[in-house]
Design a protein around this ligand. Structure first.
Ligand code: SAH
Length: 246
């Protein structure tokens, strides 16, 4: 084939088509092939009728990127999809790395999406109105001691902390340890928002505090947002003031 292939790395947003942007929709529409983990493919089922779809298992990221590259080198337009923003614990880093590793010339366009922290924050009210840190508790690819150090530094700096990958069936102690570390520098009364399935079917919201947060359901479909010392709850909303005089 002489046609020049292209790779889109598309962030699908939180999981409802209404929250995908025009560029992401167009990229999917223009693609010959869609590649991604099957849960994400399912989210866009209606958009991809008649296209070649390659779904792959959860832990096969490198394989998925190699496949994507193979397809693009054949001259096809390929979208590799991630939830949220593809550049935040998503596929865009590894996609570029695989391309560099194979030393081939293919255009990669990253299409940003609404990341879980933004989606959850919108549901909670306005918890991210001041400086915040995003920390993943997944220690599959990152040393747990480094994650702990970052949690502690963020807590010490009174950052609002958005926690991704907080807990899975096999990883339960991390969120407990993270809470202990935050309690070294943050008050037990610090407001905490827990949002499961933000901006998609099955959304659940809890506003609690650092002292009680572990009494609520937290899993891999959940983002936990821990406020700063000024964050408060009012009328079921979690607000971090920017500092305006009213
Ligand atoms: N690229 C994604 C993050 C992938 S890491 C993004 O930008 O959002 C996977 C973690 O993201 C999950 O464990 C969970 O903490 C969070 N997550 C993804 N979608 C979510 C949603 N709709 N609601 C709440 N958390 C979500």
């Amino acid at each position: 084939m002489n046609k020049k292939g292209k790779i889109y790395v598309v962030g699908l947003g939180p999981g409802d088509i209404e929250y995908m942007n025009q560029r992401a929709l167009q990229a999917i529409k223009d693609s010959d092939v869609i590649i991604g983990y099957k849960t994400y493919i399912k989210l866009i089922e209606d958009l991809i009728e008649g296209k070649e779809v390659i779904d792959s298992g959860m832990r096969k990221e490198v394989e998925r990127c190699n496949l994507t590259l193979d397809q693009a080198l054949e001259g096809k337009i390929v979208s590799i999809v991630s939830s949220g923003d593809a550049g935040i614990y998503g596929m865009s880093g590894i996609m570029h790395e695989v391309k560099f590793e194979r030393n081939v010339d293919v255009e990669i366009e990253v299409v940003p999406g609404i990341t879980s922290a933004s989606a959850a924050a919108a549901t909670l009210g306005a918890p991210l109105m001041h400086d915040f840190a995003v920390i993943s508790l997944s220690d599959l690819l990152t040393d747990w001691n480094l994650i702990k150090k970052r949690i502690e530094c963020a807590a010490m700096g009174d950052f609002i902390i958005s926690i991704y990958n907080p807990k899975s069936k096999g990883r339960v102690h991390q969120i407990e340890e993270a809470r202990e570390l935050m309690l070294k520098h943050k008050s037990p009364k610090t407001v905490v928002g827990i949002v499961k399935n933000a901006k998609r079917t099955g959304e659940q919201v809890v506003i609690t505090d650092l002292e009680h947060m572990l009494e609520h359901e937290i899993d891999m479909l959940t983002v936990v947002i821990v406020g700063n010392e000024k964050t408060y709850e009012k009328d079921g909303k979690m607000i971090t003031p920017r500092g305006y005089k009213l």
